[in-house]
Design a protein around this ligand. Structure first.
Ligand code: UD1
Length: 373
């Protein structure tokens, strides 16, 4: 049999899994490609990892590096050391990385130093805030990648401005939205809100995990005071990220008793389908996540982003996103406005149509398998 083109598909943290899934399934349609899933183990709790493989029907990772948590340097270095051995042993023809987490830069950097070409999916997004670890990961990954797949025109412009050659940039759309569109009907049947005793459009959701929001006690206290006020108007479901969970355990002056604070419902992190279900029936979402800004744009659910900047300005220009920062009064004001206002119709950003992974694979096919096609 003809030798198949070996591609290492790297995923490490929760938001990566829904980005590699459509690319994996698309690659599998072509016998010429041999996709190998490498999970770095950056996220390892079942709620942060294996639930997503289950929900997305991804096979178990072919290779699990099990690096776990640590400081940035520890985690990035451990991924690099382990991934280098994988590259040496497997000799892939291409490494595909997604998003902006530590696994993304670690594996991209390891691969290029072994002269293995790198493709970066979701390239070119910029918050212009270098205090965010993700911004550093994005900037560096894009500089060393050979194929940069982008979700929007802002990203194309950012890359060109940074001197990336035009031939490397491919505007393909949004692979995470491929996954959302594929699973939305199934997710809608779950009715997660009912399971939590809530009615459609009669609750909000909170997600919080950015170090800039949760690592400083005063900032976290301020945000939670705002949310607590908002929860007097509408109950707020709060699937709590492990980083944030630890802060609540450690901070004694935060007066949030998970059992008795009726307005805010603390729950464990949800799987992909359960969270999509919960989001699709919500009145609004309060979040500091990147991906949720995009998902709410497609769902038409108002998104109040608890940050002062975003690397996804298209979700403000065309979607449902509003930046509210982390100031208590602003959070209360914007949430009240959303609760009172009638629904609005966002535009769907160009190429967020469910076919982004197909475009990615078509390009890879034309570059590596059949240059003439
Ligand atoms: C990481 C990404 C961030 C992404 C987020 C999504 C980086 C720099 N950050 O942030 O961009 O938005 O994932 O969730 O890559 N922990 C567990 N169980 C797990 C994973 C983590 O308990 O399965 C705890 C550990 O104590 C760990 C902490 O959460 O120290 C933070 O995890 P880490 O992967 O370092 O960063 P995130 O905040 O999850």
């Amino acid at each position: 049999m003809k030798k198949r083109f070996k591609i290492l598909l790297v995923a490490g943290a929760r938001p990566n899994f829904m980005k590699i899934a459509p690319v994996y399934f698309e690659l599998k349609k072509h016998p010429e490609f041999r996709p190998i899933i490498v999970h770095t183990g950056q996220h390892y709790d079942k709620e942060m990892s294996s639930f997503f493989f289950r929900d997305l029907q991804l096979p178990k990772p072919d290779i699990y590096l099990g690096v776990g948590s640590g400081t940035h340097a520890e985690q990035t270095a451990r991924i690099m050391v382990a991934f280098e051995q994988v590259c040496i042993k497997k000799k892939p023809e291409l490494v595909v990385v997604v998003g902006d987490v530590n696994s993304t830069i670690a594996c991209a950097l390891t691969a290029v130093k072994l002269f293995i070409p790198v493709a970066h999916i979701e390239a070119g997004l910029r918050s212009f805030d270098r205090t965010m670890p993700e911004e550093i990961n994005r900037l560096l990954t894009d500089q060393i990648s050979d194929y940069l797949f982008t979700t929007c025109d802002d990203a194309n412009k950012n890359l060109l401005r940074e001197g990336v050659s035009e031939e490397k940039i491919f505007f393909v759309g949004n692979v995470m939205i491929d996954t959302l569109r594929k699973h939305l009907n199934l997710a809608r049947t779950i009715k997660m809100c009912k399971k939590l005793g809530l009615k459609e459009r009669k609750y909000g959701i909170l997600t919080l995990h950015r170090p800039s929001n949760v690592d400083d006690e005063r900032v976290l206290q301020n945000i939670m005071d705002g949310i607590s006020e908002v929860s007097k108007y509408l109950p707020i479901v709060f699937p709590i990220h492990p980083r944030t969970d630890q802060r609540f355990d450690n901070i004694t002056f935060l007066n949030y008793d998970r059992e008795f604070n009726k307005g805010i419902m603390f729950i464990n992190p949800l799987g992909y389908l359960e969270f999509l279900s919960l989001m699709s029936d919500a009145r609004f979402v309060l979040t500091d996540s990147g991906g949720i800004q995009e998902e709410t744009t497609i769902l038409g659910i108002p998104c109040l982003t608890l940050r002062n900047n975003t690397e996804r300005p298209i979700t403000i220009k065309q979607g449902t996103n509003v930046l509210v920062g982390n100031d208590k009064e602003r959070i209360i004001k914007e949430a009240r406005r959303i609760i009172k206002s009638s629904e609005f119709k966002p535009q769907i950003p160009e190429l967020w149509d469910g076919n982004a992974a197909e475009r990615v694979v078509k390009i890879l096919f034309s570059k590596f398998i059949s240059p003439a096609s």
